[in-house]
Design a protein around this ligand. Structure first.
Ligand code: CMP
Length: 223
């Protein structure tokens, strides 16, 4: 098991500059947890005692309105870290995190993570870069919610999905695992019915193709 944890740690962007010895130390501290689809890892408002890295599968980061409506802030996949904000701020969880598939996560407890940041400024710098990128993406999402119509928001969502989670096929198309229309709707602030109608229109315009568990997205979708 520790070989697998070690291998997973070496593929995590946050730990990219750690040397072999540091990775060995972290391997002893990290635990691996297997979770089924639709498991809530923690809820917004929970107290925080650990940071997580997605080892396999995908999770969604969600906030829920007082009348129960879900908004998906982002979807995270292998190598991506979550749960760091509450630890850095000593505050409760800012959002809930729920598995979208069977998922394996690496768990590092609060005091070990804190020691890691204290002893290794390069990890802190990497973390700042990751947080800046997230803020940039959040700004871009705010921009699309403020200024774009639903079709534009869907196109932007699909291009972000292709960039973040897609596999380039080299012929102008990118393939991604197919998100549900309901998850797309909850990511762009519209209804599932509207997403289904627009996806049909995109398919008719040959901007995307759905096949089984996968969606093929044309790279120049917005052109
Ligand atoms: P934390 O607040 O501990 O728990 C929820 C986690 O979701 C948070 O840490 C971040 O890791 C992650 N998160 C919250 N908001 C965003 C966002 N806008 N983009 C990406 N990840 C986020």
């Amino acid at each position: 098991m520790s070989d697998r944890i070690r291998e997973l740690l070496t593929s995590v962007e946050l730990f990219a500059e750690m040397n072999d010895e540091e990775i060995d130390d972290l391997t002893l501290l990290a635990q691996i947890k297997k979770l089924e689809k639709d498991t809530c890892i923690f809820h917004a408002g929970d107290p925080a005692d650990a940071v997580f890295v997605v080892a396999s599968g995908r999770v969604k980061v969600v906030i829920t309105s007082s009348d129960g409506k879900e908004f998906i802030l982002t979807v995270l996949g292998p190598g991506q870290v979550f749960g760091e904000m509450a630890l850095l701020e000593s505050a409760p969880r800012s959002a809930s995190v729920v598995t979208l598939s069977a998922v394996e996560v690496l768990v590092i407890n609060r005091s070990d993570f804190q020691r890691l940041l204290d002893s290794n400024p390069r990890i802190s710098q990497r973390l700042m870069a990751i947080l800046s990128r997230r803020l940039r993406r959040a700004n871009s999402k705010m921009e699309s919610l403020a200024y774009m119509d639903v079709a534009g928001r869907l196109a932007r969502y699909l291009l972000d999905l292709a960039r973040d989670h897609g596999q380039r096929l080299g012929n102008g198309w990118v393939v991604v695992r197919r998100p549900t229309h309901s998850d797309i709707a909850h990511s762009i602030g519209t209804s599932r019915e509207t997403v289904s109608r627009l996806i049909n229109e995109f398919e008719e315009g040959f901007a995307l193709v759905n096949k089984g568990k996968f969606t093929y997205i044309r790279e120049n979708l917005l052109e």
